[in-house]
Design a protein. Sequence first.
Length: 266
Amino acid sequence: MTISVQPVLGSAAARLNPVAKMAAVLIQTLALLTSIDWVSAAVAVSLNLILFAWAGLSWAEFWKRTFPVWLAGLLAGLTTSLYGRVSGQTYLDIWFIHVSDGSIALGLATSLRVLAIGLPGVVLFATTDPTDLADGLAQILRLPARFVLGGLAGVRLVGLFLDDWRQLSLARRARGVADTGNWLDRLKRFAGQAFALFVLSIRRGSKLATAMEAKGFGSSSVRTWARPSQLRRGDLLIVVLAVAVAAAAIASAVAAGTWVFLLRNT
């Protein structure tokens, strides 16, 4: 599966300020981290899936970009179900594996919470241009320009690294080093190609750093920005929606009696 790193632009979500998107994701994350119940996470996931229809991603693009989050949620829930806290009726007890009512409930809550926290971040930042993000961080949050520009340059290089990996694969196949043999041979070829990409990335990073320094990006003087970054009504709307989703998730869990404030036990 080829994972795209290019932002999906042109939608309503793409026109929102990246700082407002970060605030929306942070609000939901902080709200969901206060408890580990499954009701609040399920409500947050359901509401977010409805809102994702306006993000501008097709279903194929949505599944392709969020596949790692779904996989991480599944693995986290499975691991917690096998090795989580034992309570209630026990269904399986072999060595370190203990499957019970408590571990299954905790595994479900963990899986849903990974999805509730991870999906909004992936979807919102899939519609964010890195340059717009850098403008927002520097002009609205007032982060240091050297840090922002360095991060922007690094993000821009990710797509080039993917292209370099494909070119290295084609070059090795042209020399007769194809993807054949047993798993050990494949692992050796992967390690050799990864080391070649690592060396290439260091060289490219050094050249880029020298070029940026020569063009004055490392100056300590006050920097001007070509594109102003401002917060608009739509940015306020997405923050309000994030607060509403977080409040609905917490209220649903409290009404269902599953809400457990984590700091209460610390």
